[in-house]
Write a new protein. Structure first.
Length: 538
């Protein structure tokens, strides 16, 4: 740590004059491709910049207190740039999940949170958003450090979006109410929208804070209490912000955070008899397990945000330069570790050759390096498991005779960096065109006409998202209606405002998060029927 340099000083010593301009809330695309020399100058991986963030919270958060695991066990959390340990974190298991669930149960059954006026609840959410805003640089640095995403993306994109989510759900808190129903007969009928109870939430490592916001925001706005299990790779930022929640006035036991592993802590939560709802984001396989654990325990309702193999369709009328840039962003953003990555780039045969040439050039010019250096576009993959998985898929692409246009190997000699990789001549039945690679590997496929691309784009077990690039309104309308996906972005990609619902068709999931739709996941509807003339019944 002696070599630590402050992020601020680093930014002033930035390698590049023009910073990357990604902003997920605005849906802008990244900076235009740099020159080859930029590529090489950015590659100073030998001396990783150590952010000056104090890691104060590494224990479990149960009933408003940071506590050790019952077993006393801890596990290491890593810096994906180097594979070195950042901190030891308390490892929650069954007994800790039990303690957290009983704290959440007590806070729900007897505590002030579900009984508080919704306006008071909304004020606590707003106060929390303010506190996060005050600590934004530090939280963004911690997120990038633990996750490997660029500091530019964390600080300018994800943290402002995180704050926006909580302000959005604070706005909903006092606008949730039932209906008066005009039933047949002499009855007064009303519906009460009540919080569902103790929500169990299991999140992944690719967007630790954004996933926290999607789940915690609506659950708290509706008056629920929570046990949230972070991903074992990225436990740090949830603990940091949970502390701020308590400073904002959140009562003890309302938000409990368990760090730990899936088969132990995650499974204990999903199968708990006293958890009333489970929300999960992660792989399709684990999603199936979570659904099964619910079925085998207490049939708690389950929402699932799972994998994807989303098509990005470049139409024949496309401005090729713009299409290349957007398709590049749709796949490579966040090191390709996005459930909705545009991971099948379908290009019309008329523009295919030009597109391929330029897409390859753009990937070669992608700036890989230390995510804390300004101008760097791509940091490391999250861990050795993902790193190996991606390299295996690249090998499979080569073995199946797709054409490797560029990349294909690790980048540097330590950490989990992978070269931006492009495959052309990809066929629909190749593994690289069917499976979620979850890495910086673009697969480019040629298509003939709209019928052809609609059929092939939908020929997948997934249905999370799709991208369409065209200036033709008829083409856009045809595709947006034909594609079986929960989100279709036309001439933009990865636009993630808090108000926009997100979720999948087919094996990409069950339910929708964000926006008004997310509230339904955290509410019970109770019908209350009263005779208009009570005396007539009694
Ligand atoms: P995963 O789905 O196994 O892990 C996600 C979360 O589920 C983590 O918190 C993990 O601890 C938990 N979990 C794991 N097993 C569990 C179980 N038996 N019961 C309850 N919770 C459990 O994903 P993993 O292993 O990190 O990555 C594997 C693949 O999943 C990736 O290569 C990628 O393709 C996909 N993935 C998709 C994500 C998305 O955003 N939809 C996010 C992360 C991974
Ligand atoms: Mg797993």
């Amino acid at each position: 740590m002696a070599a630590a340099r402050r992020i601020s000083s680093l930014i002033s010593r930035s390698l590049f004059a023009s910073p990357a301009s990604f902003s997920p809330s605005l849906g802008k695309v990244g900076r235009r491709g740099g020159s080859a020399s930029r590529f090489s100058t950015a590659v100073a991986l030998d001396e990783p910049i150590v952010p000056s963030v104090l890691i104060n919270h590494t224990k479990l958060l149960i009933n408003g207190k940071f506590v050790d695991a019952a077993s006393g066990k801890t596990f290491p959390t890593y810096d994906p740039r180097t594979g070195e340990v950042i901190a030891q974190v308390a490892e929650g298991e069954l007994e800790d999940v039990n303690r957290a669930v009983s704290a959440a149960r007590k806070a729900f059954d007897d505590g002030p949170w579900p009984r508080m006026s919704a306006y008071e609840r909304s004020k606590i959410l707003l106060k929390f958003a303010d506190l996060v805003e005050q600590h934004m640089d530090e939280i963004a640095a911690l997120e990038s450090w633990n996750c490997g995403k660029t500091y530019d993306q964390s600080s300018k994109g994800e943290l402002p979006l995180f704050v926006r989510f909580f302000r959005y759900y604070a706005g909903w808190a006092d606008k949730i109410h039932g209906l008066t129903v005009p039933a047949d007969g002499p009855y007064h009928v009303q519906t009460l929208h009540e919080p569902i109870g103790v929500a169990g939430q299991i999140i992944p490592w690719n967007f630790p804070l954004i996933m926290f916001a999607w789940k915690v925001g609506p659950a708290l706005a509706c008056g629920n209490t929570i046990v949230l299990k972070t991903a074992e790779q990225t436990p740090l930022t949830a603990l940091y912000v949970a502390k701020l929640f308590h400073e904002a006035g959140l009562p003890d036991g309302v938000l409990n955070i368990i760090s730990g592993f899936g088969p132990t802590a995650g499974a204990a939560l999903a199968s708990h008899m006293d958890v009333d709802k489970i929300a999960f984001t992660g792989s399709t396989d684990t999603g199936k397990t979570v659904l099964e654990l619910s079925a085998k325990s207490n049939l708690k309702p389950v929402t699932l945000e799972l994998g994807g193999k989303s098509p990005f369709i470049v139409c024949e009328d496309a401005d090729v330069d713009k299409a290349v840039e957007l398709a590049h962003f749709a796949l490579f953003f966040n090191q390709g570790q996005c459930c909705c990555a545009g991971s099948r780039t379908f290009v019309h045969e008329r523009v295919y050759d030009e597109f391929l040439e330029k897409a390859k050039k753009r990937a070669i010019n992608r700036v890989v390096g230390d995510p804390f250096k300004l101008g760097v576009e791509q940091g490391p993959q999250i861990d050795s498991k993902q790193f190996e998985k991606i390299l295996k898929y690249i090998k499979s692409g080569i073995d199946s005779n797709a054409t490797l246009e560029c990349g294909g190997e690790r980048f540097g000699s330590k950490g989990y960096f992978i070269q931006p990789t492009v495959f052309s001549n990809v066929k629909d039945d190749m593994l690289i065109a069917k499976d979620e690679i979850f890495g910086p590997v673009q697969t480019i496929l040629k298509y003939k006409d709209l019928d052809d691309v609609i059929k092939r784009a939908n020929n997948t077990r997934y249905g999370l998202a799709a991208g369409v690039f065209t200036n033709n309104l008829n083409t856009a309308n045809t595709l947006t209606r034909a594609l079986k996906a929960g989100t279709v972005w036309v001439n933009c990609f990865d636009v993630f405002d808090a108000a926009i619902p997100f979720g999948g068709y087919k094996m990409s999931g069950i339910g929708r998060e964000k926006g008004i739709y997310s509230l339904q996941n955290y509410l019970q509807v109770k019908a209350v029927i009263t005779p208009l003339n009570n005396a007539a019944w009694l």
